[in-house]
Design a protein around this ligand. Structure first.
Ligand code: SAM
Length: 230
């Protein structure tokens, strides 16, 4: 298949590249949707033994506030007018993420993803964690393409034994956002690809994508997932 280019960036490829370096190559107002899952800045480490042994720490998951600030400003720059943006985060740093999000976008919802299966946490001292947040908003105004649903979304988390990344997101959820806030052929952007869940979801929904991921081993898995689709 002929390569499709946006400036010097190849579409539909998972680049092994630092996000700020990569995103600087994307022209202003050229992307149709951002669905992104950045490091949550919480030094995430699963309490489940299998996951702990399988995966290393997530890059830039501690004290990278400056990275997130610059990243969201760049997402604002590359998005076309009247488009949408979805940013995963957790309650731990919701105040920081919300402030930075609102610097760049009109916040419309804080969507609650009910993972239908709780994690561990402080077994005796806290309620069992079962949700994550997604900041949803607009650059300009973006209309939902499908039937309006409530802002608490039930979607099973991926079982630990099947994870290819410690914080892998279900494509079922990502595809819902992509269908709702973009059109076939649009470019979906995720600067923190992990093992390519956004890329896989975009392709399955007939969209193009641009993604970057810093860890080579995750890029390799992402490419395998994409190859398995064709
Ligand atoms: C929360 S995870 C994304 C997981 C992904 N949604 C999935 O389903 O596989 C964030 C990812 O960002 C990557 N990352 C961290 N800093 C980065 C940077 N400066 N540039 C590109 N990727 C980075 C990490 O290696 C990690 O894989």
């Amino acid at each position: 298949m002929a390569k499709q280019l946006l400036g010097s960036i190849e579409l539909n490829r998972v680049y092994q590249l630092d996000v700020l370096e990569g995103i600087s190559l994307i022209p202003d107002k050229s992307v149709g949707l951002v669905v992104t899952d950045p490091p949550y800045l919480m030094n995430y480490r699963s309490n489940r033994r299998v996951q702990r042994e399988k995966f290393k720490h997530i890059a830039n998951d501690v004290d990278s506030h400056d990275l997130i600030t610059k990243y969201l400003a760049e997402c604002q720059r590359i998005l076309k007018d009247d488009t949408a943006v979805y940013v995963f985060c957790s309650w731990h740093n919701i105040d920081f993420f919300k402030t930075e999000f609102e610097r760049n976008f009109k916040l419309k919802n804080i969507i609650v993803w009910n993972k239908n299966n709780h994690g561990t946490g402080d077994l005796k001292g806290s309620y069992a964690p079962k949700h994550e947040f997604i900041l949803f908003g607009h650059k300009g105004r973006s209309l939902l393409r499908e039937k309006r649903i409530p802002d608490v979304i039930n979607c099973d988390k991926i079982p630990s034994a099947k994870l290819t990344h410690p914080t892998e997101k279900p494509t079922e959820l990502l595809k819902l956002f992509i269908r709702n806030s973009s059109d076939p052929g649009d470019i979906v952007f995720d600067g923190f690809a992990g093992t390519g869940s956004t890329a896989v979801s975009a392709r399955e929904e007939g969209r193009n994508f641009i993604t970057f991921e810093i860890e080579p081993e995750y890029v390799e898995v992402a490419n395998k997932r994409l190859d398995a689709l064709v």
